[in-house]
Ligand binder design. Structure first.
Ligand code: ADP
Ligand code: ADP
Length: 217
């Protein structure tokens, strides 16, 4: 599903965030990206979602060269990807429920089905009671859970998560990881960046380890 061939990413200013990385992730895998802060984990996820383009090498997602993709084609790529990133970009001019409904409305789901799915997704992350609230009134951890609900509500085949449990209490972190595992069991591919080696080893999944932009194992 995902292939990196000798991918290097250098940001303007010359810093090499990813150096000559090659690997493959098959459809249906659940893979952790590990490494210290600054190792290149976010950069790797952004390259998959065409948020950044490689400086050298080829990034292929579902047989498409996403580093060379036309700008107009990128929204179609993203429609199939659930993105859980740090800068969550919630919409503060609408409710919690409306934030989760939006991706379903864009995808053209009938209203009734969209409402049912959105409620189920909010219930899973423990936010159904807050459905009418404005997200600005939520705590950091609650906003993070809202982002997760929004990312998975349209049932994407690929979920990219950047430190998804970083600000969460242990109980919620476990719930979220269990939810990811459940998605994986129904065939969803997940790539999860985390610097928490203990959390990673508890899941026994494949780990891609980065250090200073180099893929070590
Ligand atoms: P991680 O997610 O593992 O913390 P990142 O991919 O965010 O690592 O960052 C890798 C390196 O690239 C870091 O040294 C970071 O400072 C640098 N970097 C990340 N984004 C940018 C950017 N937009 N411009 C310049 N440097 C960046
Ligand atoms: P219900 O409780 O209505 O049966 P599910 O348990 O199937 O709902 O799903 C609850 C939420 O989890 C859904 O709104 C959906 O967003 C998400 N979800 C369920 N299955 C998947 C999947 N295969 N991929 C991604 N997200 C999913």
């Amino acid at each position: 599903m995902i292939r990196f061939d000798a991918v290097t990413k250098r940001y303007p200013g010359g810093h090499e965030a990813l150096s000559n990385a090659s690997f493959e992730i098959a459809s249906g895998e659940m893979v952790f990206l590990s490494g210290h802060s600054g190792a290149g984990k976010s950069t790797l996820l952004k390259l998959i979602a065409a948020i950044e383009r490689p400086t050298l090498g080829t990034v292929t997602v579902n047989s498409q060269n996403v580093g060379k993709m036309r700008r107009a084609a990128i929204p179609y790529l993203r429609r199939n990807i659930g993105l859980i990133f740090q800068d969550h970009k919630l919409l503060f001019d609408r409710s919690v429920m409306q934030n989760v409904l939006l991706p379903l409305q864009i995808a053209g789901f009938p209203r009734h089905e969209a409402a049912g799915r959105a409620r189920a997704a909010l219930d899973k992350v423990g936010l159904l009671k807050r459905e009418k609230a404005n997200p600005i009134t939520l705590s950091g951890g609650e906003q993070q859970r809202l982002c997760i609900a929004r990312a998975v509500v349209s049932r994407p085949s690929l979920v990219l998560a950047d430190e998804p449990t970083g600000n969460l209490d242990a109980d919620y972190a476990r719930d979220i990881m269990d939810m990811f595992k459940a998605f994986n069991q129904v065939g969803v591919t997940l790539v999860i960046a985390s610097h928490d080696e203990n959390a990673i080893s508890a899941y026994g999944s494949r780990v891609i380890h980065l250090e200073h932009g180099a893929l070590l194992s």
